[in-house]
Design a protein around this ligand. Structure first.
Ligand code: GUN
Length: 295
């Protein structure tokens, strides 16, 4: 029987653990973790994400600081806001919602965030720390995937992992995390030769290519664990539908375990953002980090 990994339930459990830790911090230390989210412009999808982040942050008992700036914000003004948030002791995590309007240099903006407050794990220092196996802030989506994989497998040591996709946000950090857990890791992408054959070697197959239903059942090793990071809005039979990068029906017949879309990896991203904010707060105050919520 294929196990369907319930990301919604898993994420609810992570949020409950975060909330319990936050309550203890407030009671015992008088500290409240705070997350600042910066949104520049009116991108509709980003507005939905930011709204959800705000609601989830409040729900676990953290302070939420929202900064909405107009689409024509000057880079110097955005950098000044980040400098103020870096210096604010009530703010333990800073997230600048991407994509930014075209006239703003995302790399420059992200690298202006204090790496200790970079709860997205996108700052070049955190990328380097993760790549060298040092303590860092870890990007939320790959962290969520890692938590679900550890929960399902226990140890990941020695397993063949194939990550399809080489983005800085998911593919590359996912590969680093799997390597950190002693998997044998392959990063495949759109130019990989004989992708089906490469995927079929995987005990763990992570799909993060951004192409609807690209990974089909014939590319999956029997019994493999399939993690689908894709969120693609498509139209089928005249109806809007959300599908992953994996063709769920065919892959689920072959896989040992699989994450659905929706309800798989998606809910884990915000849960891990909250976990990262709590971790950043604990580190800032030289307190023990929450167990099981970091890489
Ligand atoms: N836009 C889409 N996903 C993300 C994310 O994980 N972090 C940020 N900052 N922006 C995003």
């Amino acid at each position: 029987m294929t196990k369907v990994i319930d990301g919604k339930a898993f994420a609810a459990n992570v949020r409950a653990q975060v909330a319990a830790h936050v309550a203890r911090l407030r009671e015992e230390q008088g500290i409240q973790p705070g997350l600042a989210v910066v949104l520049v412009g009116e991108d509709p999808a980003s507005q939905v994400y930011v709204r959800n982040k705000h609601a989830s942050t409040i729900e676990v008992g953290m302070a939420s600081f929202e900064h909405r700036l107009s689409a024509d914000t000057r880079e110097a003004d955005l950098l000044a806001l980040i400098a103020a948030l870096n210096a604010d002791p009530k703010v333990h995590g800073i997230l600048v919602q991407l994509p930014l309007p075209k006239h703003l240099n995302s790399d420059l903006v992200i690298n202006a965030i204090d790496p200790a407050k970079d709860v997205d794990g996108f700052h070049i220092s955190n990328v380097g720390l993760l790549g060298t196996g040092q303590k860092s802030m870890v990007p939320c989506t790959p962290l969520g995937c890692l938590m679900m994989l550890r929960d399902h497998h226990g140890s990941l040591a020695g397993l063949n992992a194939v990550v399809v996709g080489r983005s800085n946000i998911v593919g590359k950090p996912m590969a680093q995390l799997l390597l950190g857990d002693s998997c044998t890791v392959t990063i495949a992408h759109s130019r990989t030769k004989d992708l089906a054959e490469v995927c079929k070697r995987a005990d763990i197959l992570v799909a993060a290519v951004g192409r609807p239903e690209m990974i089909t059942g014939d590319m999956v090793k029997p019994g493999a664990t399939v993690i689908d990071v894709g969120i693609n809005r498509i139209e089928r039979d005249g109806k809007a539908k959300l599908v992953g990068d994996v063709h769920y029906e065919s892959a689920a017949k072959v896989a040992g375990a699989i994450t659905p879309v929706p309800g798989g990896v998606g809910p884990m991203t915000i849960a891990c953002l909250l976990a990262n904010t709590l971790t950043a707060c604990c580190r800032a105050n030289s307190l023990p980090e929450p167990e099981g919520l970091t890489a």
